[in-house]
Design a binder for this molecule. Structure first.
Ligand code: ADP
Length: 183
């Protein structure tokens, strides 16, 4: 299963990705987590990415695409993956499509987490990550609307939408059911 998760910041993609990656037996690849790991380890990539994460802007495509290409080339991703936070714009989607086509594969589905923005702000503020201040959350939401939401149309042929309001268990169940029904 080659799967992409799409949804606004705070929609619960990371939480669900952990559950789904176990159930589906594919690695969870989160660009946000990869950036934060690099920042923590003070790598050159982390030093470059930090100022973007700190303000809620997207890390430049050149940096992000190279990092994802590297990660997808690792053996555990050969049989499938669950991408969380990538692609975040149509340029990244084109790059991903190219990488997969070069290996003779393609995405099986894009899972959209449907949830209202005002619900997620509360959650993000409660989470309290460094980039979870009200101002930076607002910026990330703007970027989601302008840069990332166009992916819903881009991927319309393989898009699966689930209601992302509810308990963690309910949403995992909805996601697995929707994926099974689609397969
Ligand atoms: P959230 O889903 O709450 O927005 P993430 O952990 O997915 O949080 O992302 C945190 C930050 O990492 C983003 O605001 C952005 O700066 C950076 N980032 C993550 N994925 C990408 C990407 N695909 N392209 C560019 N920047 C990204």
């Amino acid at each position: 299963m080659r799967l992409v998760l799409v949804g606004p910041p705070g929609a619960g993609k990371g939480t669900q990705a952990t559950v789904l990656s176990q159930k589906l037996g594919v690695p969870h690849i989160s660009t946000g987590d990869l950036f934060r790991a690099n920042i923590g380890q003070l790598t050159p990539l982390g030093q470059e990415a930090k100022r973007y994460l700190d303000t809620g802007e997207l890390v430049p495509d050149s940096v992000t695409n190279a990092m994802v290409e590297d990660r997808l080339a690792q053996p555990d991703a050969a049989g499938g993956f669950l991408l969380d936070g990538f692609p975040r714009n149509t340029v990244q989607a084109d790059v991903l499509g190219g990488l997969l086509a070069a290996k003779g594969t393609k995405l099986d589905a894009v899972l959209q987490f449907d949830i209202a923005e005002d619900i997620v702000v509360e959650r993000l503020l409660a989470r309290g990550r460094a980039d979870d201040t009200e101002e930076i959350i607002r910026r990330r939401q703007q970027i989601y609307r302008s840069e990332t939401a166009p992916l819903l149309d881009y991927y319309r042929d393989i898009l699966i939408t689930i209601d992302a309001v509810g308990s963690v268990e309910d949403i995992s169940e909805r996601a697995l059911k929707a994926l099974r029904a689609d397969a």
